[in-house]
Design a binder for this molecule. Structure first.
Ligand code: HEM
Ligand code: HEM
Length: 165
């Protein structure tokens, strides 16, 4: 019975992970594209068929989509969040997960402050500057995150989509 619950929790996590991966990758890729315009390229110039304004819109839509998905991802690992400050034995990925969590939170904070709170003010430019540097750190820690759980993802993919004997 307990084994069944464990399996169904893993399956639930797996489908949410897959569902989150797609907009998250779009968020990172569109972030790299808007960096081109942020660096001075005219917004009318197209990148892969879309102009700078559309790319910024894509980036913002992905940001708004990803946020509740990551909150759910963390909520499903609430035990991890609760254990951050406890002295209990931690998994070997713990430091990397904390780094990802901190960088992601700061990336979100700087972006949404620039966009929704300080829009049009000089401080918004500074926040966007900090935001895109954090964006690079986020890409790095996310690649490490995927690498750390790659085996698990592979096993779950075989279980979910592999041929049933
Ligand atoms: C960027 C913000 C993210 C943070 C802060 C984060 C954090 C975490 C944490 C704390 C765990 C649990 C670790 C443990 O139990 O010891 C975890 C597991 C995992 N995460 Fe993330 N994660 C993020 C994004 C993602 C995304 C976008 C994916 C998409 C594939 C993903 C895939 C996974 C996988 C496959 C696992 C292990 C399996 C499971 O879901 O239980 N994570 N993550
Ligand atoms: C957690 C992930 C991310 C979120 C939630 C996010 C969200 C946002 C939002 C809402 C804006 C609009 C800010 C405004 O209008 O003032 C923005 C702008 C920007 N983002 Fe991100 N972003 C993320 C990741 C990235 C990444 C990975 C990069 C690239 C390395 C990046 C690069 C940029 C740049 C350059 C801008 C400024 C565009 C401009 O000059 O108008 N972002 N981001």
């Amino acid at each position: 019975m307990e084994r069944k619950t464990k399996t169904s929790k893993a399956t639930r996590n797996y489908y949410l992970d897959l569902f989150t991966l797609v907009p998250f990758l779009f968020l990172l890729i569109s972030g790299l594209v808007v960096l081109r315009y942020h660096g001075g390229t005219d917004h009318v110039v197209e990148t892969i068929g879309l102009n700078g304004d559309i790319w910024l819109l894509v980036h913002k839509v992905c940001a708004v989509t990803v946020l509740p998905l990551i909150v759910t991802h963390l909520w499903l690992h609430a035990y991890w969040v609760k254990n951050i400050f406890s002295k209990k034995k931690k998994s070997k990925n713990n430091d990397m997960n904390i780094s990802l969590f901190v960088v992601f939170s700061l990336c979100v904070l700087t972006a949404f402050l620039a966009w929704l709170v300080f829009s049009g003010k000089p401080v918004a430019d500074l926040l966007r500057e900090v935001h895109n540097k954090l964006g690079f750190a986020l890409i790095f820690f996310f690649i490490v995150h995927l690498k750390n759980y790659f085996k698990w993802l592979l096993t779950m993919t075989k279980k979910s989509f592999g041929k049933k004997k």
